[in-house]
Design a protein around this ligand. Structure first.
Ligand SMILES: *[C@@H]1O[C@H](CO)[C@@H](O)[C@H](O)[C@H]1NC(C)=O
Ligand SMILES: *[C@@H]1O[C@H](CO)[C@@H](O)[C@H](O)[C@H]1NC(C)=O
Length: 249
């Protein structure tokens, strides 16, 4: 019988050499790690979730609710539902997480550093698709807030103690929106451009319930749009008008 070829041995060595890479994800990118440590401090996640306490590396699995990609970039932060976060979101920290796809910090007690506003990011997050900040203590939507999220598909700002926040034209940046929810934030001018199919061709779900929307919904609102779910109920003021809703399907 012919001698065994060395190739299988080589293959085994290659597999063994690869093992550490399979077991341990790449360490976090240093900029992401620094931003996450600062976020852990300002939001109170260091105290309530132990972020950064056992490990300085947000990608090593010890940071509850934080996920990274294979290159050590933070892609997802899920610290919702009463994680006990009390503090603020510092916009420049968030801006540094350039690979973030999902941010869910709903049902906490977070506010903004500047007058309680939602964070106004100095540079956009090009990959952020899902943002959930419902049931926190944000007080206003600053002009330009939405411009930081060009890839946004779903957003929920429900139940924040705002007083007459305005949804401005920067929302038009979010042309891939599928779901927009801003219930119970004392919204008052009716954001009629959300009914524009040209501006929001993918919008399927729009919730603006329990606000202070008043006046008349403009004629033609939502005509030919893909909106399948619309809730404008429970306004504290009188909202009139008709919804022309003829879905192309
Ligand atoms: C976070 O807080 C810890 C403990 O107070 C401190 O040592 C560290 O410098 C802070 N890090 C950042 C980035 O704020
Ligand atoms: C509406 O939002 C306020 C915070 O501004 C909250 O206290 C209240 O519970 C919310 N209402 C409902 C019905 O969720």
């Amino acid at each position: 019988m012919a001698g065994r070829t060395p190739i299988p041995v080589l293959a085994v060595l290659v597999v063994l050499g690869a093992l550490p890479w399979i077991i341990a994800a790449a360490p976090a990118n240093p900029d992401d790690a620094a931003a996450m440590q600062s976020i852990a401090n300002t939001t109170g996640a260091a105290r309530s979730l132990g972020w950064g306490v056992k490990s300085a590396d947000p990608c090593d699995g010890a940071w509850a609710g934080v996920s990274c990609d294979s290159a050590g970039r933070v892609t997802s932060i899920r610290a919702a539902s009463r994680s006990g976060l009390v503090g603020w979101l510092h916009a420049p920290d968030l801006s540094k997480l350039t690979f973030l796809v999902e941010l869910d910090l709903g049902f906490n007690s977070l506010t903004g550093q500047t007058g309680g506003d939602l964070p106004l990011l100095p540079a956009p997050l090009q990959h952020l698709r899902a943002l959930d900040l419902r049931s926190n203590r944000f007080l206003d939507v600053p002009d330009g807030f939405f411009a930081a999220f060009p890839a946004l598909e779903t957003i929920n700002l429900d139940d924040n103690p705002m007083v007459g926040p305005k949804l401005r034209q920067d929302l038009l940046t979010c042309s891939r929106l599928r779901s927009f929810s801003a219930n119970n934030i004392s919204l008052s001018p009716f954001p009629d451009y959300l009914g524009s199919t040209a501006a929001f061709p993918a919008l399927e779900s729009l919730s603006l319930a329990r606000n202070a929307l008043h006046g008349a919904i403009p004629a033609g609102f939502g005509s030919n749009s893909n909106i399948k779910f619309l809730d404008v109920g429970g306004q504290s003021s009188i909202l009139t008008g008709r919804i022309d809703h003829s879905s192309p399907a």
